[in-house]
Structure formats: C-alpha cells, structure tokens
Write a protein that binds this ligand. Sequence first.
Ligand SMILES: NC(=O)C1=CN([C@@H]2O[C@H](COP(=O)(O)OP(=O)(O)OC[C@H]3O[C@@H](n4cnc5c(N)ncnc54)[C@H](O)[C@@H]3O)[C@@H](O)[C@H]2O)C=CC1
Ligand SMILES: O=C(O)C(=O)COP(=O)(O)O
Length: 595
Amino acid sequence: MAASTSSSLLSAPSLRKSPPSSLSSRLSLSSAFGFSVSLPRRRPPAPVFVVMSMDAKPTILVAEKLGEAGLKLLKDVANVDCSYNLSPEELCTKISLCDALIVRSGTKVTRDVFEASSGRLRVVGRAGVGIDNVDLAAATEHGCLVVNAPTANTVAAAEHGIALLTAMARNIAQADASVKAGKWERNKYVGVSLVGKTLAVMGFGKVGSEVARRAKGLGMQVIAHDPYAPADRARAIGVELVSFDEAIATADFISLHMPLTSATSKILNDQTFAKMKKGVRIVNVARGGVIDEEALVKALDAGIVAQAALDVFTEEPPPKDSKLILHDRVTVTPHLGASTMEAQEGVAIEVAEAVVGALRGELAATAVNAPMVLTELKPFVELAEKLGRLAVQLVAGGSGVKSVKVTYASARAPDDLDTRLLRAMTTKGLIEPISSVFVNLVNADFTAKQRGLRISEERIILDGSPESPLKSIQVQIANVESKFASAISESGDITVEGRVKDGIPHLTKVGSFEVDVSLEGSIIFCRQVDQPGMIGKVGTILAEENINVSFMSVGRIAPRKQAVMAIGVDEQPNKECLKRIGEISAIEEFVFLKL
Ligand SMILES: NC(=O)C1=CN([C@@H]2O[C@H](COP(=O)(O)OP(=O)(O)OC[C@H]3O[C@@H](n4cnc5c(N)ncnc54)[C@H](O)[C@@H]3O)[C@@H](O)[C@H]2O)C=CC1
Ligand SMILES: O=C(O)C(=O)COP(=O)(O)O
C-alpha cells in the first residue's frame, strides 16, 4: 500500500519536514489493522503524521523515573534529558527544547506545556494506563501525539489489589506499626479469613479479571459487575456476572477496577454504601474518584464498612490531615499499583517503543489521540462515533456486548468508499464510554478483538448520484437487552440510524421509530402514548429546569398508538428533572444519554 495514500486518513497538523521515503513505507495501516482493503481512488495524497526526520537527533525529556531498558531504547536514537521533580514553570521552560516528553502519573501535562513548546513537542508518552494527567484536547490541538502503555502494568495492578486485600484482612500495616512502636497487641489485630468469602470485582476488564483469577486461587467466591463484559469471558474463569446492586449487597469484599468516567464518578456514595452488607471491606486500585471519600469516612464510622484499603485518591498526594487517610481501619499506599520492577521495565519498553516509533513517523497501536484528517467523510466519521456511543448506552446492564453490525447505505461503488475510518469511529463510540481504553484508527480493530467484540459491516448499494459518500449509517447491537425497550427493532437488535444533514450528524431512527434529531449535546428518548400535549408537558418541565432544547422530534407507528420522542438538550438534566418527566402518566419509558 502506498503510504501517501493511506496517510490521507491521518492529519498532519504542522509538519516541519516530510518523511524520507523509507520511513513513509513503514506506515502501513493495512498491517496495523490486520487486513487489507483497496483504498478509494478519489482520495488525494496527504502528508503523513510524521514529525521529524531522524537524521537530526531528537531530544526527549523524561520527567519521571523510567525503567533502564526503556531509557536505553530512547538513548539509541535521541538525546535524553532525565530531569525529575520539575516545577510546572521548569517544565514549561525545558519543553521548548524537546521533541518528546515521557511522564507517569505525577506530572501534569497541561495546555501551558503545549503552548510553551511552541510547536516543537511532537509526542507525549505516558508510561502507564491512565492519561488523566495529560490535557488530551490541548495535545490534539497542538498536533501532538499522545501514546500510553496500556498492558504492561495490568498484572502489577492486580497483584497490588490482592496484596491490599490480604493485608487489610489481616491488619498487616496496623500490626506492623504497633510492633515497631514497642507494643505486642495479639488480641487487637485478629483478622478475618478470605476463604469462602464473597468478593465482588467491579469492572471486569484487564486488571479486574486478573484479580478475579487470583482471588479464586485464595478460595474466594468471586462475582463481578461489569455491564459491558461478555458473560462467557467471566464464565471461562468461573465468575458470575451480576447487577451492581446484587454485587454490592452480596459482597464481603468489594474490589474496584473500572475506569473513572462520568458514569463511575463517586459510584460508591452514601446511597450505595447504605445497600452494602454491614462489615464489608473495600479495595481500590482503580482511581480515587470512583469513591465519594467523605461518604466512605461516614460509612466506616457507622460500621457499614469495616475496613478499606486504598492505593488511589481523588487528590494525589492527599491532604496530610485527610480523615480517610488517618482512619485507623484504612490501609493506604501511595499509588503503587504499577510499581513493580517488572511492570516498570515493561511500561518503559512499551512507551519507549511507541515514542521512538512516533518520532519516526509510525503510528503506535497505543496512540491515544491520533488526530484524523478532515476529509469529505468528516461528518460521517462524527456520525459513526455518535451512533456507537448512543447504541452502547442503550444496552441494559448485565448484557454483554459481543456482536455489532454497521450498515452503510451509499450510491458509491464498494471500491470507492473506504469504511475503515467509519468502522474505527463506530468502535471508538462503542468502547470509550465504557472503558479506560482510547480507540483510534490504528488500534480500533485490535481493541475490539481484545474485548471479544465482533463488528461486521454490510453495504447497501443505492441508485442515484455518488456525489455524497453515504446516505446513512446504521448501528445494530445483537443479543442484548435495552434499557429503552423501544430501541429494539423488529430484528431484535438495538438499532440506531443516522444521516448527515447540512454537515451535521442527525439521528433518524431508533428501534423501529423514525425521528430526526441533531446529534449534539445530549438526548432524552421517551416512549409515550401518542396523544396531544405530550411535547408541551415535557418541554415545560425542561423549561422550568432551565434546560435548553436543541431539537425535538416525534416518531410514531400509527396515530394515537405509541410514539417515541427524541429530545436534544444542551444541558444535562438533574435527577429531579428526569424524575418529573418519568412521572408524566402517558410516558411508558424514557432514557437520558450523553453524546
Ligand atoms: N493503581 C494503579 O497504579 C493502576 C490503576 N489502574 C486503573 O485500573 C482501572 C482498570 O484498568 P484496566 O483493567 O486496564 O482497564 P480496562 O478498560 O481493561 O477495564 C475496565 C473495565 O471496566 C468496565 N466498566 C466500565 N464502566 C463500568 C461500570 N459503570 N461498572 C462496572 N464496570 C465498568 C469496562 O467494561 C471494562 O471491562 C483503570 O481505572 C486504571 O486507570 C491501572 C493500572 C495501574
Ligand atoms: O497506569 C496507571 O493508570 C496507573 O495508575 C499507574 O500510575 P504510575 O505510572 O505508577 O504513576
């Protein structure tokens, strides 16, 4: 495949130098995808996302300690400046002389850093999974690639979870401090046994499943909650997937392994602690923000939570006088989940390879923000991602998403429409709302496969002018239940379909209902009895709650039967507002979805 053609799928924000041809030939998207597709004839060649020639040695700033093997890889091709504990000002001063920056979780790579680099910084490497310390939007705007190391520390994080679990159950940290203080308190530190106890693993991804495997080895009864994990993957290691409420109500121990997203933020709070078994013990090696820390202190004091073991905190380092940290039934570590010799060597190699590759012009499979080119497909790319986002959010908790079909209706011949970018963006929409994985053109198929998600594509060839690349895109999720039953079409699948109108993606079908709502902001779907006054009733509630409606559309099967109302809203309605809508008597079901 000619690199110049394939590269047209990638943007070239501000190139300093075109790549030499030997480097261009390394950017083979077909191999990155693991399949080969003939590319469209119309697409003009564009420069690749290459950042610099390798004849001048680039400079890489390593701002946090990195394993030796990774450093060696970097030093083979670059001038490496290892400067740790830089203040934000020092980082901004240094960065203007650097082509790449490598960090862990302790360095904040803010917009100021990208601005201070004056366009020289081309790659940020995160030697670990979470990239919450990197301003991704600013990176993308400045044409800077961000890569991470998503797999090399999985086992370390799982082992740390198990270490905290066992240390907590046997009061290891407290007893150690007591003996060192000259005491001998054998009765005070009687622990609890793990064997036969129920552990709820919340988030059954890479780390969660490794924790589950190990806990079973300790003789624990393991259940898991993960609305998006396929049940057969859980079954394969003898774990039952259950609802959130069942998990927290049944567990003697709860271990958190979900990403921090708007849906998981403070997922353990006053209400959810109240549903737990009295005396439950909690482990968190995910992200501090998934627990409402004040609520946890209250639950500890009320005896609902017997103990907690925490590696991560909302604010890191946490305030010295934090009641949570100082609580005598809480065991803490300073974000050590990924800190083993082996994991650090692993992430160092994984990130160094990605950074060196990126400097050479290759696009790493671990790229987090690979910017995409503005082509005629741009609005359809946006449509594909939004349909994916909508479809996955319509899935009811407990249904594993395994099989997705994307149907493109187009008047273009198959060899004149390359759907890889559309499929990648649909995959991004399907996976990102439910995961800490970042999906881009390069890693989309790989990521889907890794998660057991099968994405098939179908083309409907239409008569008419091939001027516009596509008429519509439909996304269907098979074999799942929906939290909005009307989203299930006659085929039995969750179905959403959209079109581009005046350059803006629109949703045109949900389930069997025709609607028309622009895909901006967020959406409320309501199914109601088709009768006068419904739009007014819902509109009035939204107006009273100061929620701006951007679009409203009603689709119905037949007059005075059932209808589905799709309402685009600029602001997120609060719980009270949604409750009021749900209480309108003719409304049979409704759901709020973020785009
Ligand atoms: N303490 C440390 O040093 C480390 C912390 N981590 C953190 O551990 C977490 C998990 O990492 P991975 O397993 O690599 O990610 P992953 O993406 O492989 O797994 C996350 C899982 O959470 C599930 N999930 C999403 N929303 C959920 C919800 N509302 N309820 C239950 N499950 C939900 C997803 O379906 C997915 O299966 C991340 O937050 C990551 O940042 C990872 C490595 C080291
Ligand atoms: O990889 C992650 O998400 C982690 O939380 C590990 O962070 P660290 O690299 O140890 O600062």
